[in-house]
Write a protein that binds this ligand. Structure first.
Ligand SMILES: Cc1cc2nc3c(=O)[nH]c(=O)nc-3n(C[C@H](O)[C@H](O)[C@H](O)COP(=O)(O)OP(=O)(O)OC[C@H]3O[C@@H](n4cnc5c(N)ncnc54)[C@H](O)[C@@H]3O)c2cc1C
Length: 377
């Protein structure tokens, strides 16, 4: 049986970034990816903040996967009215197939990478106090395990980790007349999602990734957006669709350290609860892991210290989406035109709280003020 110090399950961003950050720790790391390549099938709009892009640039040439640069967002009420917002953070749209492949290539320079090798089971410990992992090709053992094997993590199941709630996501890549190709579009309202929202992320050349994130059956909500939304339905050319992707997004960070095993990325629910974006929060975790390894409790503490407040506010914002009525959205979008959002940062929901006093001052609707205050505080 082959022995390693650390086995990383999964070669997506979480797995590759974990292996890359563990480089230099002096431990022998092996990474197992079930597919020939990572990032396939693609289940991502590819929107990342400039801060996230900078983190990725430490390991790969991000120009290779860059599709578009983004300056801000249009926020839409269900009636089609919208407001354009430019915050502090800029963003980029990346091609995940290429990003994941480049990250995995970099990881293979610091770790033993095994592709087309699926981890089938993880047993607690053998007599040497190591984990025993069975793949479709071999048995191996390691003292530490990193479960970066996505939302339906085998590592998490085998080691009895708590599981996050699963949201449904669906997206098409299609011809789309964007408001402006440098701005993403977010569509709110109960007609279009029963949990988060729908979106359009421009990839350039008149195309966009148009998708829905909901509590269940995202295809149903996406169809509603494409056919019934007063603004989207006139701008989308569904006949010119190149891809349809359906996927799952975890909701809720779980306790991600148990013995000498850790979960990173979607397996641990490391996504922004108010958007479903996971790459940045995962990159932060991989950096903390590399910094503190093998002290896994210190890793956990430093990750929570870095993002605990953001998660807390993020959950409250996600709850607000479900509490607001379609009329509330229309009212808020109108009010938002009078507010400066220059502090807004897409990875830091706490930055949204800075615009709140101005919003509450403008609100002449006590019922709505109370709804917002109850949700956010
Ligand atoms: C429709 C959609 C749109 C999204 N848009 C964005 C966005 O715009 N921006 C953003 O930041 N995030 C976005 N996300 C979330 C983002 O895609 C995830 O958070 C991110 O991919 C998580 O990375 P990961 O490495 O944890 O998991 P994954 O990317 O799922 O990678 C897990 C890897 O593990 C491998 N694996 C699984 N099981 C095993 C096993 N037993 N053995 C070996 N290998 C295994 C898989 O093949 C895979 O390569 C989106 C998600 C969806 C569904």
């Amino acid at each position: 049986m082959r022995e390693f110090d650390v086995i990383v399950a999964g070669g997506g961003p979480a797995g590759s970034l974990s292996a890359l950050n563990l480089c230099g720790s002096g431990f022998r790391v092996a990474l197992f990816e079930e597919h020939q390549s990572a990032g396939f099938p693609v289940q991502c709009a590819g929107l990342v903040s400039s801060d996230c892009l900078k983190v990725l640039e430490r390991f790969v040439d991000t120009d290779r996967c860059l599709l578009n640069r983004i300056k801000g967002a249009y926020f839409f009420a269900p009636d089609g009215d919208c407001v354009r917002v430019e915050g502090k953070s800029k963003a980029a749209v990346v091609e995940r197939k290429i990003l994941d492949l480049e990250l995995l290539k970099s990881a293979s320079s610091v770790a033993d990478v095994f592709v087309k090798e699926k981890i089938l089971s993880v047993d607690k410990r053998n007599e040497k106090n190591s984990y025993v992992l069975k793949t479709n090709r071999q048995n191996c053992s390691s003292f530490y395990v990193v479960g970066a094997d996505g939302v339906y993590s085998t590592v998490a199941k085998c080691l009895n980790f708590e599981r996050p709630r699963i949201l449904s996501a669906a997206q098409i890549e299609c011809k789309f007349e964007c408001m402006d190709e440098k701005y993403v579009e977010l569509y709110f309202g109960r007609k279009y999602s029963n949990f988060l929202f729908c979106y359009a992320v421009p990839t350039g050349d008149g195309f966009a990734r148009v998708g829905a994130v909901s509590g269940n059956n995202a295809v149903y909500w996406l169809n509603g957006l494409l056919r019934e939304h007063p603004s989207v339905s006139r701008r989308v050319e569904e006949t010119k669709t190149s891809e349809l992707n359906c996927g799952a997004i975890p909701f809720g960070l779980i306790d991600f350290v148990k013995g000498n095993a850790v979960l990173i990325g979607d397996s641990a629910g490391m996504v922004k609860p108010y958007t479903g974006g996971g790459i940045y929060y995962t990159a932060v975790a991989a950096k903390c892991l590399g910094k503190h390894f093998p002290d896994l409790e210190a890793f956990k503490e430093s990750y929570l210290k870095a993002l605990e407040k953001e998660y807390a506010v993020g959950y409250r914002i996600a709850r607000l989406y479900r509490v607001l009525s379609d009329e509330d959205y229309s009212y808020l979008i109108k009010l938002a035109r009078g507010i400066e959002f220059e502090e807004l940062h897409m990875d830091k929901p706490t930055s949204a709280l800075k615009a709140l006093p101005a919003l509450l001052k403008l609100l002449k609707n006590p019922k709505l003020s109370l709804k917002i205050a109850r949700c956010l505080f």
